[in-house]
Design a binder for this molecule. Structure first.
Ligand code: SF4
Length: 151
């Protein structure tokens, strides 16, 4: 089983109520070859919600307690991001995910790039909280841009 970001499969669960559908991923879900997960919804967020970025580091730093996830208004939402990440890990274990395809640039799902915490549309190399946790626990995590590798 492949685990995929829900927004990549067409669910309108992004912070602004939109999706980031990739047809191939939507088809994998329809054919029961992939299962959808949205770490932020699992963490207790609703849609729409405030955008958030990792301040002071990457997802790895959040897991280590060295950085926080901050909403645009300044609210510290780190605990909800962690909750979503650990629930996603549980699911990945349950379905024995052979690969996890996550939406690039998200503070949860980014696997190569994330925003830098300034809300100035600046990206930096790094992983989101969920991507970092899954990789740390041995799962293969890729982005929608690398999908060809698993198909
Ligand atoms: Fe998509 Fe991940 Fe953001 Fe959910 S947390 S909307 S799956 S990028």
């Amino acid at each position: 089983m492949i685990l995929v970001s829900s927004c990549l499969a067409g669910l309108e669960c992004r912070y602004n109520g939109t999706h980031s559908q990739v047809e191939k991923i939507r088809d994998l879900v329809k054919q029961n070859q992939a299962m959808m997960v949205c770490p932020e919804l699992l963490g207790g967020f609703a849609t729409p919600r405030e955008p958030a970025e990792i301040a002071g580091g990457t997802g790895d730093d959040v897991l280590a307690g060295r950085a926080r996830v901050i909403a645009k208004s300044g609210e510290d939402v780190t605990e909800m991001y962690l909750e979503g990440a650990y629930k996603t890990l549980e699911l990945a274990r349950q379905v024995q995910a052979k690969c996890v395809v996550l939406k690039e640039n998200s503070p949860s799902c980014g696997s190569q790039m994330i925003y830098d915490g300034t809300f100035a549309n600046q990206k930096v190399p790094g992983e989101g909280v969920t991507a970092a946790l899954l990789r740390r626990e041995g799962f293969r995590v890729i982005s929608e841009d690398e999908l060809a590798e698993v198909l």
